[in-house]
Design a protein around this ligand. Structure first.
Ligand SMILES: Nc1ncnc2c1ncn2[C@@H]1O[C@H](COP(=O)(O)OP(=O)(O)OP(=O)(O)O)[C@@H](O)[C@H]1O
Ligand SMILES: [Mg+2]
Length: 396
């Protein structure tokens, strides 16, 4: 009897009743799903829904507390990413793992370097790198120092690394979050090409448009639970969003109330010149939300960092106007903070949080002056500040 044609229905990886907690946090609870071989399977959900945890379990970076993982119908227990790689399962994590002191090509072939020594190896490495980069359409110098690359290019290094290891299943966690439009297009083409050549892709993405465009199936997670798995065809951004949030969209984005011309200006930025910023001016009125749009490298974060004085300002002024009093922001983030500015940086994990310190300390970090006396942190004041803050922003 001839063998059955492999079809999308062939399960590549199956999760059965997977649960995972971190301390008191239930990251995943009773999640079961099947990812078809050669399919693009998207995971969507709000921040903290459990997407990365699920991706890490599939790729051996976390072990589930309970439940079962099946690869090609066979139960597997990965004790490390290495175990998973040996079975062709590779994770491109949300937090990129680049070795800064090595070149791009060395990073791509890390652990699977050509066997020759010295000059021969370097030449072989270059040759392989060029072939790989050309096949995916990335223009990235293999000899460049990986540590000096911008995030978008580091992302490309990670993708090429996965490809160089003959991955059969690649989990991509927010691969396009930091990419410019042309790079996004290139990556989408790569993902499609991977899938059509039989590689399975588990794609974690916040971009629902991207999900609808690329994915065959979508799994929606909410608070660690699987809401449903559906074919992407027939879904819309609205239907996915509503499932992610568990409530209709209009409840999430309340109606906009444009501010009138008589509303006082609270922030005035004039002719700001700073690294990546060449003479930016705007005014912001109370209650207004201003979006800074542009491609990667256009200077969006740089404008924000300059306003907050996280970057050195060469010229121009930033003023905060409160109750008719104009305060010019100068100096350091400390002065910016005192003038009533706060900043949530681009990379929460690297720039915004002390990950190994408790929530309390993180929340009060920017108001240390208020909770300290004689150089000691007053724990009572610290806890009060956290309570007040959490009540104000309605976070549990
Ligand atoms: N290593 C860890 N230690 C402690 N808690 C963790 C850890 N990893 C994840 N969590 C917690 O588990 C929950 C799920 O996190 P996860 O990173 O999987 O969410 P996510 O859907 O990927 O979110 P995001 O969209 O922000 O990337 C969150 O509450 C998170 O704080
Ligand atoms: Mg995540």
């Amino acid at each position: 009897m001839p063998e059955a044609e492999p079809s999308l229905q062939d399960a590549h990886v199956e999760l059965k009743d997977i649960s995972k907690s971190f301390g008191g946090t239930r990251a995943l609870e009773g999640v079961s799903l099947t990812v078809g071989r050669g399919s693009i399977h998207a995971l969507v959900g709000e921040n903290g829904a459990g997407k990365s945890t699920l991706g890490k379990i599939i790729a051996g970076a976390h072990a589930p507390d309970s439940g079962q993982l099946l690869l090609d119908g066979e139960p597997v227990r990965f004790h490390s990413p290495r175990d998973a790689i040996a079975r062709g399962v590779i994770l491109i994590a949300q937090e990129l793992a680049i070795v800064p002191a090595l070149t791009v090509a060395q990073n791509v072939f890390l652990g699977v370097e050509p066997r020759q020594a010295g000059f021969q190896q370097r030449r072989e490495l270059r040759r392989r790198y060029r072939a790989l980069a050309a096949s995916v359409g990335f223009e990235l110098d293999g000899d460049a120092n990986a540590g000096s690359l911008r995030t978008a290019d580091q992302q490309k290094v990670e993708i090429m690394r996965a490809l160089s290891r003959n991955a059969q299943l690649i989990v991509m966690d927010e691969p396009t979050a930091a990419l410019s439009r042309p790079d996004v297009e290139a990556l989408h083409a790569v993902i499609r090409q991977l899938a059509s050549s039989g590689t399975t892709v588990v794609l974690v993405s916040h971009f629902l448009g991207e999900v609808l465009e690329l994915a065959d199936e979508v799994t929606i997670l909410r608070d660690g639970r699987l809401v449903r798995t559906v074919p992407a065809a027939g879904q819309t951004e609205e239907s996915l969003m509503a499932a992610m949030l568990g409530r209709p969209l209009d409840a999430t984005f309340p109606a906009k109330h444009p501010v009138g011309a008589d509303t006082p200006v609270v922030l005035s930025v004039r002719d700001l010149v700073a690294p990546g910023v060449a003479g930016v001016s705007f005014e912001l009125r109370a209650g207004e939300i201003l979006g800074l749009a542009g491609l990667v490298g256009a200077g969006r974060s740089e404008v924000a960092r300059a306003i907050y004085r996280a970057n050195r300002v060469a010229a121009g002024t930033v003023s905060v106007i409160s109750e008719g009093r104009e305060l010019t922001v100068t100096g350091t983030p400390r002065t910016a903070l005192r003038s009533g500015l706060a900043m949530i940086p681009e990379s929460r994990k690297e720039q915004g949080l002390l990950l190994d310190r408790p929530v309390t300390e993180n929340v009060t970090l920017s108001s240390l002056a208020r909770v300290c006396r004689a150089g000691m942190v007053r724990r009572g004041a610290e806890r009060r500040t956290v309570r007040q803050t959490l009540t104000r922003v309605d976070v549990r």
